[in-house]
Design a protein around this ligand. Structure first.
Ligand code: 1HN
Length: 357
């Protein structure tokens, strides 16, 4: 939109704009509305990735390139309105990673933080800071900023099977701040320095070391939040506690040392929708990525008269951009994992959400 004027005024202004352009100057009044919109106007669109569509291509990638060669064999979930930008929202990256039996994804570290949410298969491991954890479907695993990490999978003879997980990273945020560093470890894998489960015992049993000091700065000391415990909590609450009309039963993952989110840049959630649940619509400024763990259901997502209806089933992924209205309905009992940039918006004091009738 341009500021209106008479023809001669417009011509004079256009000449003026050309003149100042050479000095890298731009008139604010021509762009003000776009810079400060009355409400969020995300360029992202809602999108759904059916696992049945994606899995064959991931397995094909497994034939075309090794994990070692690829470093990370991932198909990025790119927002259809942001192709080429390697992101699912303006602030978040998401991808589906495959590791085959006998493979190693070599050790490296970077300032970007990562979450792994295990989608398909079991028994692969990831190592962080000298400890390994074995992946089970529904586990939420953290790779804190600047920690060495490598992934591996036992050979087929030892019971290894293909494992696929969702990666969530704060790549666009780190890129925005131009604050990214990365390096490779000379060895393929880092040495194992602690027994598996040490972090769970030390930090994940409603106890902390007496003289606790955060091992990973602003990131939770818990390495793996296992699905079994999450699922048990949801089942109990679905049975015995009131349902939220918007969310069903929805819990956020927590850093037990400070009550905050597990990662400084990404919030993670798990929710249960009872069979037949029809959630009320809501909208929030934190665009959110969903991974369907259990059950079939429907997400209705709309903004300004544009509506997307996503029928989802287990292992499907979908994204709800900032300030689109969403309502979630369950056919069967559904369990949904999700993540967003909520901690950052809260730290900045700009998070808004609205629960609609
Ligand atoms: C990364 O290190 C992993 O460690 C996955 O598995 C995805 C995307 C961009 C940059 C680094 C991993 C990544 C990544």
């Amino acid at each position: 939109m341009t500021v209106q004027g008479t023809d001669s005024a417009s011509a004079a202004r256009a000449a003026f704009y050309r003149e100042i352009d050479r000095l890298a100057l731009t008139p604010l009044w021509e762009v003000l509305h776009a810079l400060v919109p009355p409400q969020p106007n995300s360029p992202c669109v809602p999108a759904l990735w059916k696992f049945a569509d994606v899995k064959p291509h991931l397995l094909r990638a497994g034939e075309l390139i090794t994990a070692d060669e690829a470093v990370r064999r991932v198909l990025i979930l790119e927002n259809p309105a942001l192709r080429g930008q390697s992101c699912i929202t303006q602030s978040l990256y998401a991808g589906l990673q495959l590791i085959l039996p006998g493979e190693i994804a070599p050790s490296h570290r970077h300032t970007q933080s990562a979450l792994r949410f295990i989608v398909d298969g079991r028994g692969a491991w990831t190592a962080v800071d000298g400890e390994r954890t074995t992946m089970q479907p529904g586990d939420f695993i953290i790779t804190p900023s600047w920690t060495w990490h490598d992934h591996g999978n036992p050979r087929a003879e030892e019971g290894g099977e293909p494992v696929i997980w969702l990666d969530g990273l704060d790549i666009p945020m780190v890129r925005f701040f131009d604050a990214g560093f990365a390096e490779n470890l000379p060895q393929k894998t880092q040495p194992v320095a602690r027994a598996e489960g040490t972090s769970a015992a030390r930090y994940g049993a409603n106890l902390l070391p007496v003289r606790y000091e955060s091992p990973h700065g602003a990131t939770s000391p818990i390495f793996n939040y296992p699905y079994a415990r999450t699922r048990e909590a949801l089942a109990k609450l679905a049975r015995d506690a009131p349902l939220d009309p918007w969310d069903g039963v929805k819990l956020r993952y927590v850093n037990p040392a400070n009550g905050g989110y597990p990662m400084p840049t990404i919030a993670t959630f798990m929710q249960l929708l009872p069979a037949g649940f029809e959630g009320k619509p809501y909208r929030s400024t934190d665009g959110t990525v969903f991974s369907v763990v259990e059950g079939r259901g429907r997400a209705r997502i709309e903004r300004d008269g544009t509506r997307h209806v996503f029928d989802f089933e287990p292992k499907d992924h979908f994204v709800v951009p900032s300030w689109w209205r969403v309502s979630l309905a369950a056919i069967d009992e559904c369990v949904l994992f999700s993540f967003s940039d909520r901690p950052v918006q809260q730290a900045l004091g700009i998070l808004r959400e609205e629960r609609l009738p």
